[in-house]
Design a protein around this ligand. Structure first.
Ligand code: PMP
Length: 418
């Protein structure tokens, strides 16, 4: 064997993914590495995490349904009747009557013609956006939209324009210019767009603020654009019985496409798109996660159906969620914390530096409170925070204990005075 051969063998023998070690080291050095905490209990207002019982302010379990005995019973009954898995994608042999029942029930609940469910809210966005847009269209998106909307746009051939967060004047300007000047791509300059799609979160997942939907819809109407709202954090939270932002603002019939999740307030797993029958019909032919990924197991679907029934029969859960939200937020502000621009149960405690946010979260954990830090790239580098979500299941006592811990840690780390 010549030296040259030995050299090249030595080079080739370097582990192919060795560069990831350097990337990980960089994340650690910049305090951006997030270890996983592991839960040994069911989800709920109190959980056992890494062997420690803590009050959790970090789930999306808004109405406390993840561990509800009725959802558990519905799931168990579905396993007994229909088995553990669906066994195929929806378009081949994986559409069970339970799937159809859930979609019909969600359509009734949302007051729309039809609904199509997806494996998750994430796949709903990444499935719908590229299915209904291509290079002839334009997508206009809020700067702080969820990652799944961003990925949905990346998967689409459509050009996109981003407007500053909740800035309707900027949105209107983009829409007017797009309507007047048409396409910008070489060879097609000036041709009118086939369609313009305005996409926004209903409730923004990191700041807890609500999209100015009436103004967005008015701006879209001026140029005949369609509006798509991702109501992942509004479902079960805003509107009558938790019907979402469209119901909250009284905009029924004015928003073409609603995305929802079954993974947060519904307490289970999944996503859906709600809208006109033609849209849903088209998506059954073109949305790739629907066509190429196996449908929900029966237990998931049955538990979701039970949750939607509870939404309608127990509005007191949503009332309790809001009582808890108002109290927790008001107390945090009274203590001197900056809770940003939140209007919903998502309450950030703005801290700035990621190292401080991580330290704050670690200290809270030692005090028996689980409230995660959110750092770059989920939020901007200088906008690190603790993100809390209170739920309907938290007791007054649990919230008081949590607030005491926030006060102690806040003073210790110099975030609040005294
Ligand atoms: N959209 C938004 C606005 C979200 O916050 C989330 C969840 N973080 C999703 C979509 C994804 O939903 P799921 O967890 O059901 O995939």
């Amino acid at each position: 064997m010549s030296d040259a051969t030995t050299d090249s063998t030595a080079k080739a023998a370097r582990p192919p993914l060795a560069y990831l070690e350097a990337e990980l080291a960089e994340l650690h050095a910049r305090h951006l590495y997030r270890p996983l905490r592991v839960m040994q209990s069911a989800q709920g207002p109190e959980v056992v995490l890494d062997g420690r019982r803590v009050i959790s302010l970090s789930s999306n379990d808004y109405l406390g349904l993840t561990h509800d005995p009725r959802l558990r019973a519905a799931a168990i009954a579905a396993v007994r009747d229909y088995g553990a898995g669906s066994g195929a994608v929806r378009t081949i042999a994986g559409t069970m009557e339970l799937h159809m029942e859930l979609e019909a029930e969600l359509a009734r609940f949302k007051g729309v013609e039809a609904v199509l469910t997806f494996q998750s809210g994430f796949t709903a966005n990444t499935g719908v956006i590229p299915a209904i847009t291509d290079e002839r269209d334009l997508i206009v998106s809020d700067a702080l939209n969820h990652a799944s909307i961003i990925d949905g746009m990346r998967l689409s051939k459509a050009p996109r324009k981003i407007y500053p967060h909740r800035d309707v004047a900027a949105l209107r300007e983009i829409l007017r210019s797009a309507a007047e000047r048409g396409r910008e791509d070489p060879g097609h300059e000036g041709e009118p767009y086939r369609s313009i799609l305005v996409v926004t979160d209903g409730v923004f997942s990191m700041d807890g603020d609500i999209a100015p939907l009436p103004e967005i819809v008015a701006a879209a109407d001026e140029v005949g654009a369609a509006v798509m709202v991702d109501d992942a954090h509004a479902s079960g939270v805003l509107g009558r019985n938790g019907r979402g932002t469209i119901d909250h603002f009284g905009l029924h019939g004015r928003v073409a496409i609603q995305i929802g999740t079954l993974s947060k307030a519904v307490g289970v797993l999944g996503g859906y798109v709600a809208g006109p029958a033609t849209l849903i019909d088209y998506l059954t032919q073109r949305a790739r996660p629907f066509l190429f990924s196996t449908s929900h197991p029966p237990a998931v679907v049955a538990a979701c159906l039970e949750a939607i029934r509870i939404f309608q029969e127990e509005p007191e859960r949503i009332e309790r969620l809001w009582v808890n939200t108002r109290r927790f937020k008001a107390e945090l502000r009274r203590l001197g914390f900056d809770t940003g621009i939140s209007e919903t149960p998502i309450t950030p405690i703005m801290l700035g530096e990621s190292a401080l946010a991580i330290r704050f979260s670690d200290r809270l954990f030692e005090e028996g409170i689980y409230a995660t830090s959110v750092v770059y790239p989920t939020v901007a580098l200088d906008k690190a925070r603790i993100r809390t979500i209170v739920t309907a299941a938290h007791s007054d006592e649990q919230l008081d204990i949590a607030l005491d811990a926030f006060e102690r840690v806040g003073r210790e780390l110099g975030v609040i005075g005294g």
